[in-house]
Design a protein around this ligand. Structure first.
Ligand code: NAP
Ligand code: FER
Length: 337
């Protein structure tokens, strides 16, 4: 029997997760049943929402059980297929496991064309983060020409695409990020009009300087002090798209909720959370446009890959330290054409 390795949840973290919360186990390689496909992982995604699944609390995603393998977005190559639409060697993407090999229902997989660009993009700009940016920005934040739009975690997988979409809609775009190198990437390569390093700058002063005409759209990935700096600058009829609150994902005490809601009376701003899954069934439309923008160099992207399946937890933990520029991946195996 051939073997494979999986990462399992070893314990539920309190506060910052650590490597001890993960356990690497070797198991028999699963065999695909009727309609199923055995997939060898090429790239594994690590995502901030996984922190929520490590917690035993009701949310939009089921908590993982301690001792169980964890799910992840995967781009992989078919080893064996019992599904009409796939054969050995095909590249596919879907939600599988933190594993070197896993079995999936063929109906739940999407084909990836390796001739149309790097297959890893199916986990980033042309995958769940890109689709999140697309609908969150265009449907919820809804920028129009001349608007000022702020994006937090702007150098991340979602934020980098969201900001460029606002720019393509004619907005003035301001990003926040945690390093000067990221700030430079945003302004020099992605066409952001300004970017603020929230680690080193006085946030309120820098935000006011970067947004002299106030803020019409705020795509928030972070929350906390960045939102505090944005809030006083919200213009009349501005839109706040709440995508995530990563600054709070490891918090052990729930901070006091927003008190400055009077600002919403004054500005008539609309604050709206959204989930990418609200747009299930509309991925085709988003991916068509995003892939055209990428092909035409209107949207640029970066990926940060940690090499080796054994290092997957480090890739995940790095998200909370800002180690990634663009989409954080784990490179598990090489594509074999
Ligand atoms: P990402 O932005 O690629 O990576 C996370 C980034 O967050 C880090 O690189 C880091 O960048 C920043 N960060 C981490 N801890 C921080 C803190 N305490 N304060 C400020 N910044 C911090 O991740 P992503 O996959 O694109 O996800 C971005 C956000 O979108 C997350 O909040 C995620 O939960 C959310 N999301 C929501 C949906 C949805 O359906 N609503 C779907 C996907 C993702 P810096 O260098 O800037 O610190
Ligand atoms: C999904 C809905 C939401 C999903 C991811 C998210 C992987 C992420 C949410 C977050 O990071 O806050 O269906 O699929």
């Amino acid at each position: 029997m051939e073997e494979t390795r999986q990462w399992r949840l070893a314990s539920r973290p309190v506060g910052e997760p650590s490597r001890d919360d993960f356990e690497l186990v070797t198991v028999d390689r699963p065999e695909p049943g009727p309609g199923e496909v055995l997939v060898k992982t090429l790239y594994q995604s690590v995502d901030p929402y996984m922190r929520g699944r490590m917690r035993d609390a009701e949310s939009y995603a089921e908590p993982w059980d301690v001792g169980d393998p964890m799910q992840a977005g995967i781009v992989g190559q078919v080893v064996e297929s019992n599904h009409d639409e796939f054969e050995a060697g095909d590249v596919v993407t879907g939600t599988l496991l933190w594993a070197e090999h896993a079995v999936a229902d063929g109906d739940e997989l999407r084909p990836v064309d390796p001739d149309r660009g790097p297959v890893s993009t199916a986990l980033g700009v042309l995958g769940m983060p890109g689709v999140t940016a697309y609908f969150g920005m265009l449907d919820v934040a809804d920028p129009t020409p001349g608007d000022t739009v702020v994006v937090s975690a702007a150098a991340g997988a979602v934020g980098s695409v969201a900001g460029q979409l606002a720019r393509l809609n004619g907005a003035r775009v301001v990003g926040t990020a945690g390093s000067d190198a990221k700030v430079e990437w945003l302004t020099d390569e992605l066409g952001f009009d300004a970017a603020v390093n929230y680690e080193t700058e006085d946030l309120s002063a820098a935000m006011a300087e970067a947004c002299p005409d106030g803020i019409d759209g705020y795509f928030d990935n972070v929350g906390g002090p960045i939102t505090d700096a944005v809030w006083p600058l919200l213009n009349v009829r501005s839109r706040v798209a709440v995508c995530g609150q990563i600054s709070l994902y490891n918090a052990t005490e729930v901070p006091t909720g927003p008190r400055k809601l009077g600002k919403l009376v004054e500005s008539r701003a609309r604050v709206e959370g959204f989930l990418v899954s609200d747009y299930d069934g509309r991925w085709g439309e988003a991916l068509d446009r995003l892939s055209t923008f990428v092909r035409e160099d209107e949207i640029r992207y970066r990926e940060t890959a940690v090499e080796g399946f054994e290092n997957a937890p480090d890739a995940f933990l790095g998200l909370f330290e800002g180690e990634n520029v663009g989409k954080q991946l784990v490179q598990v195996a090489e594509y074999e054409s």
